[in-house]
Design a protein around this ligand. Structure first.
Ligand code: GLU
Ligand code: MG
Length: 484
């Protein structure tokens, strides 16, 4: 196959990706509904948006470098877009975060086109961008088949793979960000907060801004759980209620762009980059997950550690064992490895522990009394340079394999891994190259992603690793600070 073309199924079937999470499985679950049905739903969506004063709809997808890209249509074009999609070139699958373009064995080159279809169920007026609405998009071929490189369709396929086992998941992605004064030079950020980490002082410094963030998120139908100042200057965190994995990935896109829009209105520049100042505590994108069957949280009531059921333990063991390769999808930018260091609560160690903020996999049981609802696991090593659809999809893929194989967790790590005897607790990869080596050994991810997406991710990560191979931490931070 030459570059510049996208074929569905060819490479995947030749790599045998037909297993329970392979590309050919669950394709039906992500097929486009009939065109007439899409048109009818788009009419209703357009009426709803028009009543809210919407004039244009931004349809987003997130590329393999973790950048949210967009095509927008006037509201009058929504019904047509729902029927026929809007053009989105396949070469976006091999864009890097700095907008240079690489290529991959299956996807790449200037030719070809795809159609981006808005998910009408998620279409919502944007509170901080009057006249605008947003909807996440899925990419299909011009012939109407699912694009094998579509990251959101990958996450949807993995959600369907869980559903095929009678399982559902609740997920939530914590959003951390840093604000700086928009008027200051980009390479010398000035932070609008003063006073101590997590201090009320910082909330008071920006109380109108934070109220407007909360108001905008609320008006968009998001249930905020909490918002607070974080450790680094100008740094904040917000968490919202859990939902299905694809919904949580959509929400993380919406939350970040809402924060960006509110920040602009307050004269602030915003960064979700893994690191904003070399050496400082960075921005995480922790992924919370709980596994459910028939209304029961499988993290409780079992005979495994801390009440985990066999299924939940197997799922978590699958994820824990795969963390080195999962970093390729959950900690995308080379800048992520500057954040993922010990003693930064970033989860730099491949271990698990109850409420352990240095463990990459933190078990959260919640308070006595609400544990059957609240128990969940947190993947701490991920950051917001990740494509959230790839991150949740890949965690599901590796978790389901662990569950199918009834893997057991290794012993819990209690305490600070930094203080443990050398070699006791494995460090996660400390560089993109190390994570890439693990990814290249991962048959599970290769099968689940399918060859076109697996190869496109590999090409993007390799190209970015090479770009920054000789760069100092300061150079990496300067190049990535305002990209995410
Ligand atoms: N900012 C830390 C990180 O980079 C996380 C702090 C926290 O535990 O919320 O992941
Ligand atoms: Mg935090």
């Amino acid at each position: 196959m030459t570059t510049g073309t996208v074929a569905v199924g060819t490479a995947a079937s030749s790599s045998g990706a037909t297993g329970p999470t392979g590309l050919d499985a669950h394709l039906a679950a992500v097929a486009l509904p009939p065109r007439a049905e899409r048109a009818e739903r788009a009419e209703a969506t357009a009426d709803r948006l028009r009543a809210a004063g919407v004039e244009a709809v931004a349809v987003t997808w997130v590329d393999n470098a973790g950048i949210t890209r967009v095509k927008a249509v006037p509201l009058s074009g929504l019904v047509h877009t729902a029927q026929w999609g809007v053009g989105a070139a396949p070469c976006f699958d091999v864009f890097l975060a700095d907008d240079t373009i690489t290529t991959s064995p299956i996807i790449g080159g200037p030719t070809g086109d795809l159609r981006l279809y808005p998910d009408l169920d998620r279409a919502v007026p944007l509170a901080a961008q009057p006249g605008w609405a947003w909807a996440p998009g899925d990419r299909h071929t011009q012939a109407g088949a699912p694009h094998p490189g579509c990251q959101r369709l990958f996450a949807r396929r993995m959600e369907a793979a869980a559903a095929a086992r009678g399982l559902s998941l609740k997920a939530g992605i914590e959003v951390e960000w840093v604000v700086a004064l928009a008027g200051a030079p980009q390479d010398e950020p000035q932070y609008p907060t003063h006073g101590p980490a997590y201090g009320m002082h910082r909330l008071t410094d920006l109380s109108d801004y934070l109220r407007d963030v909360l108001r905008a998120l609320g008006e968009q139908g998001l249930a905020v759980l909490q918002i607070h100042p974080e450790y680094s200057p100008g740094q904040f965190e917000v968490s919202v209620a859990p939902e299905g994995p694809v919904g949580a990935a959509d929400t993380s896109v919406l939350v970040r762009h809402t924060i960006r829009a509110v920040s602009a209105r307050h004269g602030l520049r915003v960064s979700f980059a893994p690191v904003v100042e070399a050496g400082a505590v960075g921005n995480g994108g922790h992924l919370h997950l709980s596994l459910w069957r028939d209304g029961h949280n499988l993290g409780r009531g079992g005979s495994g550690p801390h009440g985990l059921t066999t299924e939940a333990e197997g799922f978590l063991a699958g994820v824990l064992g795969a963390l080195p390769e999962l970093l390729v999808l959950g900690c995308s930018s080379p800048a992520g490895y500057l954040r993922l260091v010990p003693s930064h609560w970033a989860g730099a160690y491949q271990c698990w522990g109850l409420e352990n903020r240095e463990a990459a996999l933190r078990l959260v049981t919640g308070s006595t009394g609400e544990r059957s609802a609240a128990a969940n696991a947190e993947v701490k090593c991920f950051d917001a340079s990740a494509n959230p659809y790839l991150a949740v999809g890949a965690v599901l893929a590796t978790g389901l394999v662990g569950l199918d194989q009834r893997l057991a967790l290794p012993p819990e790590f209690i305490g600070d891994p930094v203080a443990a005897a050398p070699g006791t607790v494995p460090r996660l990869p400390a560089s993109p190259a190390e994570a890439l080596a693990a990814y290249e050994r991962s048959a599970v991810l290769r099968e689940a992603l399918g060859e076109p997406l697996y190869q496109a991710v590999l090409a993007v990560r390799r190209a970015e690793a090479e770009q920054y191979a000789e760069a100092t931490p300061e150079q990496v931070v300067a190049a990535t600070r305002w990209r995410f």
